[in-house]
Design a protein. Structure first.
Length: 204
């Protein structure tokens, strides 16, 4: 007589991880509105009921997927030294013709128009890359300057890789990096962030 095999023990952590990884892919490829719970479940190899069990709702799953997508450094690193040059060269290389896609930006682009997704996207940006960049800046208005820097990063990515604006897409990475460095330096240098140094104090 064959021995009775004990039922296979469920690995809750592995199941949760599989769902979250599948959700990141689905939300990145289709955006919040078009990524269905059933499609996420199929990609993860589970049932839709399992998603509800582990995450409670699509909104909560999306929030965790955003958190997962924005947590790793992609363009903004952890070093203050030569910060504008480093961001500029990394961004130029990551948006070049042969570069891999930047998934956090795709997730942002494809979900930002959905009101249900905006809060999670804002928290993801501010909690991770926004906080990381602001922490590298000295002087006044670090958070404002950091978010202006991120706006430049996101805009460059959008025009160079998604829209494919001709001059920008065809420009050499080194040339793009040089121009970006000059644009980022006033936002990242302490001298340009001291009270009284900005345009609001030059009138009169």
């Amino acid at each position: 007589m064959d021995a009775v095999r004990p039922p296979r023990k469920r690995d809750g952590a592995a199941t949760r991880e599989a769902i979250l990884a599948a959700a990141v892919v689905e939300f990145t490829e289709h955006g919040y509105a078009r990524a269905g719970v059933r499609q996420i479940a199929e990609r993860a190899g589970v049932t839709a009921m399992m998603i509800n069990r582990y995450f409670g709702s699509k909104d909560r799953l999306f929030a965790e997927a955003v958190d997962r997508a924005f947590a790793p450094p992609t363009v903004v690193g952890a070093e203050r030294r030569e910060l504008p040059e480093t961001i500029a060269h990394t961004l130029a290389e990551r948006t070049g013709p042969a570069a891999d896609r930047l998934d956090p930006f795709l997730l942002l682009l494809r979900s930002a128009q959905d009101p249900e997704a905006v809060d999670a996207l804002r928290r993801g940006i501010e909690t991770h890359v926004g906080t990381r960049l602001a922490g590298l800046l000295e002087g006044a208005d670090a958070e404002v300057r950091a978010q202006l820097g991120l706006a430049l990063v996101a805009g460059t990515w959008l025009l160079r890789t998604v829209v494919g604006a001709t001059a920008l897409a065809e420009a050499a990475d080194d040339d793009v990096a040089e121009l970006l460095t000059a644009m980022l330096r006033p936002l990242t240098d302490t001298a340009g962030a001291e009270p009284g140094s900005g345009p609001r104090d030059t009138a009169g």
